[in-house]
Structures are given as C-alpha cells and as structure tokens.
Design a protein around this ligand. Structure first.
Ligand code: GLU
Length: 382
C-alpha cells in the first residue's frame, strides 16, 4: 500500500452518516443528527433544469475547467456577493467543494510542507494534507474564548515550512463566523510569511443574527494568495449533485486543472447546467436559512438546559457543538452512549482535531420532528 495511506481512516462525518442510513434500513428506531445533509428537496427549478439539460443532449465530456456559462455566472456572483474580482480563468468547477480543497492542497504543497489548521476543524483537511504528502499542524483553539483566532496564536504555530493556512467560516463544527478583527490577524500572518490561504466558504449563506460573511479574497493585498472554495451543496440543498468550485490565481488553478484532466476529465455537463439555475433560487435558499435559524434556537435552548452540557451558540452553518461532562466518557464514548441509549446518531468531537475533547457535533439540517424526537429521547436517557 502507498505509505501515504498508512493510518488513514474513513471520514467520520461520512461514516456516521452511512451508519445512520444503515440502521434506518435495518428498521432501527434512530434519529440521525450526523452528516451535514439538508433535509430539504433541491429546488424544483434546478431539478427541471437538469431534465432539460439531459434532453438537450448535454451528456458528454465538456470543458474540464467547467462550462463557460457557469464559470461566467460564478465570476458575477463572486463580484456581486463577495466583492472578489476575478475572471473565468480563475474558476475551476469541481465535483463538490471537497475535491477543490484537495486539488488546492495538492497543487500548493510539496512533501514535508506544513499546513496550518486552526481546530476544531472539518474532518477532512488533515487527511487531505497527509494524502498530499504534506504535514498538518493543528492549532488548538478553545471553547473558553469562543474559539477566537489571533495573530499571536497563528504565529506560535508558524515554521519555515509553513506553506498554507486553512480557514473555514462559518465553521464546521463550531458554528463560529470569523470577525473582521480575526480576518485582519489572518491577513497579517499570510502577508508576513507569504502563505497561501484556503478560505472554505461553503456555509456562507447559512449565517444567523444578521451577520455577514467576509471573503478574504476581496482584500486586494492577499487576493493573489487566496483560494476561495464554495459549493452548491449547502446553499441550495444539492449535496448529492456533487458540484462545487474554486476561485484562485492562475498559478493555483492551472496545476489543479492539469490534475483534474487526468483524474476525472470534467464534471458532469448536465449537472453544471442545472447548477446555473441555482443562481435563480436565492428565495428558496433564504427560506432554508430562516428554518435553520429556528432549528438552531430550538436545539440550543433544549440542549443548554441539560445538566453537564455546554453548548456553543452557532453563528452560522447547521451544527451544534456541545461539550458533555459525563464521568469517564470521551467523545467517542459519548457518541456511542447517545446512539445506544437515546437512538440519536451524532459525530464524535475527536474527529475534528484538537480542542474537541468531550465534544459531540449535532447536525440540525433535519426536520423539526426529528429534532423534537432527538431532544425527547436524550432528556429521557439523562
Ligand atoms: N461536510 C458534511 C459534514 O461535515 C458532509 C460530510 C463530509 O463531506 O464531511 O457532515
């Protein structure tokens, strides 16, 4: 086996999602608050656009960078919504944001380069870094100060080999949204050490209490070092369609493009035409956001009232990050306890790296009745 695969385990978010599906198929009475997969239907006009694209014969290989009308539309979106100036050459359409993150890490890092990852962080950044032959360096943030990122904290983990910094805001799993002050710290460090920055913004439209997403590529001084990652999955309930993109300087998109041509040739053409229609679904996306906000408030109120539960108030994304104090139980044991005693599938915190001790992630991208059922069972088992 390739030595880069040594010690690699399957993605915990994906595994627990699969586990929940399997248990349901077996007829087990469980509620899944595991994988971040919206319970909403993909908006009808996107589904119709897919059918029309197939009918129109868009069923062949296509431009490996992404079809031109989609890349042009993404350029417009990034300008209007995110303040990012770019051209279609800066866009690469990928099967999901996940593959875009991996391509970016692969193209930027050589063997032994270090990738700085503030943690808790999404489960795949570390593994993707290892698969690229690079070294993940987790920076432990802490719940006590709301997982705040400062220049001093970042500086303390920089070495001469640091090549790349990965920031995910709104954050999976903590729900934190980066403030202007935190972005300033990131910008200073990126400039001082000439780093690349991956800004994973897949939850940009799921943001609460009037907060606004800040895209670092909008800042002229770090635009040439920033890779913006986005996707249609969370904003338009399109997880299964597998479509996302990166926006980056050509020194990054070109090697990513070369690699993509060898690995997958291109993204399904008809899915790209359907994704074009997503830009006309802002109303639907906003309705989903409003519903997520209701669910956040509900779950936050219910779980905060439980003895031993310390709950982060999510500012964005659709996860509730909870520290649970129960004697002799680490995060894995806590997740198993919730599954076995309450029939609720979650994801154990330790999968999200440092700063996750005794934590569990609850996803609230599921129906109100599922949430109510989960709360009832957890209360009963406590
Ligand atoms: N990103 C989602 C999650 O964290 C989906 C699964 C995955 O790709 O990690 O649950």
């Amino acid at each position: 086996m390739n030595r880069l695969l040594n010690g690699i385990s399957a993605s915990a978010t994906v595994s627990f999602n699969n586990l929940a599906k399997k248990l349901k198929e077996e007829g087990k009475d469980i509620v899944s608050l595991a994988g971040g997969d919206p319970d909403f239907e993909t908006p009808e006009r996107i589904r119709d656009a897919l059918a029309s694209a197939v009918e129109a014969g868009h069923t062949h290989y296509c431009d490996s960078r992404g079809i031109v009308p989609l890349r042009e539309r993404i350029v417009r979106k990034l300008k209007e919504e995110n303040g990012i100036s770019c051209a279609p050459e800066n866009i690469l359409v990928t099967p999901g944001a996940k593959y875009a993150v991996f391509l970016a890490i692969m193209s930027i890092c050589s063997s032994g380069d270090e990738v700085l990852i503030p943690q808790p962080s999404w489960v795949s950044y570390e593994t993707m870094t290892r698969l690229a032959g690079a070294v993940p360096v987790g920076l432990r943030l802490s719940m006590e100060d709301n997982y705040l990122i400062t220049e001093e904290k970042l500086e303390s983990h920089i070495s001469p080999r640091t090549k790349l910094l990965i920031i995910n805001s709104p954050n999976n799993p903590t729900g934190r949204v980066m403030t202007a002050e935190e972005w300033k710290a990131v910008r200073n460090v990126v400039k001082k050490h000439d780093l690349y920055l991956i800004s994973d913004e897949v939850y940009e439209k799921i943001i609460f209490d009037g907060r606004k997403n800040i895209s670092p590529a909008a800042f002229e001084d770090i635009r040439q070092k920033t890779i913006t990652i986005n996707s249609f999955s969370k904003s338009y309930a399109m997880t299964g369609w597998r479509i996302g993109y990166m926006c980056a300087p050509r020194v990054v998109t070109e090697p990513c493009y070369l690699q993509l041509t060898h690995e997958i040739s291109c993204v399904n053409e008809f899915v790209q035409y359907a994704a074009l229609e997503a830009f006309n679904c802002e109303k639907e996306s906003l309705e989903m956001r409003r519903e997520y906000e209701w669910r956040r408030d509900y779950l936050l109120k219910e779980l905060s009232s439980l003895n031993g539960f310390t709950v982060m108030k999510p500012e964005g994304a659709f996860y509730l990050w909870v520290r649970i104090e129960r004697e002799n139980m680490n995060s894995q044991a806590l997740a198993m306890w919730l599954l076995e005693k309450a029939g609720v599938v979650t994801v154990p915190g330790e999968a999200f790296g440092k700063g996750s001790k005794n934590c569990v992630r609850f996803c609230f991208a599921c129906s109100r009745s599922d949430l109510e059922e989960a709360v009832r069972s957890i209360k009963e088992c406590i």
